[in-house]
Write a protein that binds this ligand. Sequence first.
Ligand code: ATP
Ligand code: MG
Ligand code: MG
Length: 551
Amino acid sequence: APNTPSNFIRQIIDKDLASGKHNQVITRFPPEPNGYLHVGHAKSICLNFGIAQSYQGICNLRFDDTNPEKENPEYIESIRNDVEWLGFQWSDDVKFSSSYFDALYGYAIELIENGKAYVCDLTPEEARAHRGNLTEPGKDSPYRNRSVAENLDLFERMRKGEFEEGKMVLRAKIDMASPNMNMRDPIIYRIRFAEHHQTGDKWCIYPMYDFTHPISDALEDITHSLCTLEFEDHRPFYDWLLDNISLECHPQQIEFARLQLNYTVTSKRKLKQLVDEGHVSAWDDPRMPTISGMRRRGYTPAAIRNFCDSIGVAKANSTVDVAMLEAAIRDDLNENSPRAMCVLNPLKITITNYPEGQVETLSAPIHPQKEMGNRELPFTREILIDKEDFREEANKKFKRLVLGKEVRLRNAYVIQANEVIKDESGEIVEILCTYDPETLGKNPADGRKVKGVIHWVSESESLPAEVRVYDRLFLDENPDGNKEKSFLELINPDAFSKITTARVEPGVAKFEAEQGFQFEREGYFCIDRYDSKPEQLVFNKTIGLRDTWAN
Ligand code: ATP
Ligand code: MG
Ligand code: MG
């Protein structure tokens, strides 16, 4: 993309293309289908697909599916949808690490044949004791020097299901004294009698992530394998493995900083806990930092992409202010979304000098600056304004309707409040006003100034609606790293509330679910994709007009 600033990864790629090391760039986005994607994944998607796009290369979507117990087809489906919704397309079909299980098995045998892998019978506790720690070297497993023939036989019998889970594993034979713990004879295969969503019960041994990932990358001719910083310590094994098997391709692993947002958790495990324990309604609850949650709330793909580009790619972890993401959403919606009017807490106005029963069709711009055409707005004798927009008495700062004074109805006439009607309890239930028929689209002819502008809807022509209002899901800036409390204790109990009294201008019903628009003076909203019905509209508030968290 022409707007994407350069970064250290692009500089490496530029160099590799200039030197002729590669003449095409191939990247991949490799999620494990064990949950829904979150905003952190969006960064990785924008990076991998964005690089492929701008270098006219290829980006694969590969499901890294080596833990069958934690994965399922619902997650696969959601990930495909999320990547497409963000605006990216993978090359040919989606890939699965599991479709390389035969090849992976073959490379494991190759390692065994070359004396570089062995079957180990240590129990998990024994293996831990042998591993040593950062200050002490590990000890060799007593099974380390099994013959090639014995290893081949045992590995084959592991595959056939002759041993129980945990009884033995296949390990790479590297160096138990390595300062890098990942090089101390890491496990590359373990026994799991688990049905796999892609391969069924074909396998009862499954390759480990660290073994699967480099080989899958190489089988797909990936040129640059981009991953997050916590994999830096895994790079020596990535390179060792590809140096020790006959596969020729050897992608370059490059690490970048994870996206961490304040007031947010970005860990699939924790997000799953929020769903499983009912703290939110689903993975795509509009409060969730998942891609599908942001989508349902009305965040736009373009805004998320802009945000990911704007934060750049770094080599050191740091936390990004969630207000930056919110600002990106606000900017995009302000620039591109249609305008409409909605009254959240209606107060009835009767315009006593307006003809009874008349419905006048006014015209209003869809967008105040952009050429997006006009919309029709029905005007009637009885209209509704927001309770907050009227006071019996107020000083000059209150630029709304005050008893005895005038205000402009947005896109319509100037009205004056003449009389307040209250119920027995003293609550204001109606205001009698008069309108100035000469003020449609123009100032009063006599030169008097009317400062305030308020929004409104026709009482009879508006539609009832439920409006769902969201706030940040966590009250704490760092819910993941709070020393005293778990992230669950830091949930904002008021992050979700409902307004059931809202009335909206009728044209709003034609918007598609999730299409963003501005309710003038209230914020940005969209129709809920599941719960909204033509006879009972349901809107999600995407974001307010201003940052209410800023001080
Ligand atoms: P989680 O920690 O939430 O479970 P993960 O890293 O285990 O995430 P994967 O499905 O393995 O999730 O991730 C797919 C890709 O997305 C990986 O390349 C991973 O590095 C990247 N990724 C995950 N989280 C982030 C993040 N917060 N920022 C940037 N990239 C991320
Ligand atoms: Mg993971
Ligand atoms: Mg090789």
